[in-house]
Design a binder for this molecule. Structure first.
Ligand SMILES: [Zn+2]
Length: 272
């Protein structure tokens, strides 16, 4: 037995995939959660530098702006304007947009380049570090957002519990992350690249330690003390081929309730 399941604590597992460096993708035999075991040694976050964010600021700027606007609209539909914590806020594009929409914003980010960029060029408030290590005032935020962050953390359940403590009593958590039940994308990937999409590849830059489905995400949110309002589809594809797959997944979801999208979006409220 390797590391315990972060969702249920169980030790039963089925190996789905193994890699030359000994890292396996496993499915918990008790709750079905998929994760890497043993956890690979993740490279330091020093690669989140100016070069990393340059495409975000240059060629991807327009589709990214549209994505952030969609997410802000989602946020505004969940809670009246208030105090927002965007954990893992990247280069601060969402903070800037939310600020323009009347939100009082704070970002956290492990990247020192991004934090300096946000503070000095955007003139917004950001703290360097991860959600678990930062000392933030509990019960002080109306909304916490985690946009494609949880799958990179060493302890997602602890991160969700921390997010819950930071929220006010009527606070809302909004998050998005990759969907492990991304069957349509997997099929398109296999056809296009003539190989299967892996949960993990040695040496990859952005390792996903945890692979959520709509079901395991819902279970973990509930375990962390949230009432789940909905788990839907995160429409975050920036490129046209992926958008086509995304549209097919959206149609399937509406017709059958099966969420085979590439990424999930969840809204949850704090349980007293
Ligand atoms: Zn489990």
């Amino acid at each position: 037995m390797g590391i315990p399941c972060n969702l249920c604590g169980g030790g039963e597992r089925q190996v789905l995939e193994s890699s030359p460096d000994g890292v396996c993708a496993v499915r918990c035999g008790d709750c079905g959660f998929i994760f890497l075991d043993p956890a690979p040694v993740v490279a330091s976050c020093s690669h989140y530098d100016e070069e990393y964010y340059r495409p975000w600021i240059e060629e991807q700027a327009t589709p990214r702006q549209a994505l952030w606007q969609k997410r802000l609209k989602l946020l505004n539909g969940c809670h009246g304007v208030g105090r927002l914590l965007d954990a893992g806020c990247g280069n601060g594009d969402f903070l800037r947009l939310a600020k323009g929409g009347g939100w009082e914003v704070l970002g956290t980010e492990v990247s020192d380049w991004a934090v300096r960029h946000i503070q000095e060029r955007l003139g917004l408030d950001a703290r360097q570090g991860d959600l678990l290590s930062l000392d933030l005032e509990e019960g002080s935020f109306d909304v916490v957002t985690l946009w494609h962050v949880l799958e990179h953390t060493t302890d997602p359940l602890a991160n969700l519990r921390k997010a819950r403590r930071l929220l006010k009593e009527d606070g809302v958590l909004v998050l998005a992350l990759p969907n492990a039940s991304n069957h349509l994308f997997r099929a398109a990937y296999a056809l296009g690249k003539m190989r299967f999409l892996r949960y993990y590849t040695p040496g990859e830059r952005e390792v996903h330690l945890w692979h959520f489905t709509a079901e395991t995400l819902q279970k973990m949110l509930e375990k962390a003390g949230f009432k789940v309002v909905r788990v839907g589809i995160d429409h975050s594809a920036l490129r046209l081929p992926n958008k086509i797959v995304e549209s097919a997944a959206d149609l399937l979801w509406r017709l059958t309730g099966l969420n085979w999208s590439e990424a999930l979006e969840a809204v949850a409220v704090k349980q007293p």
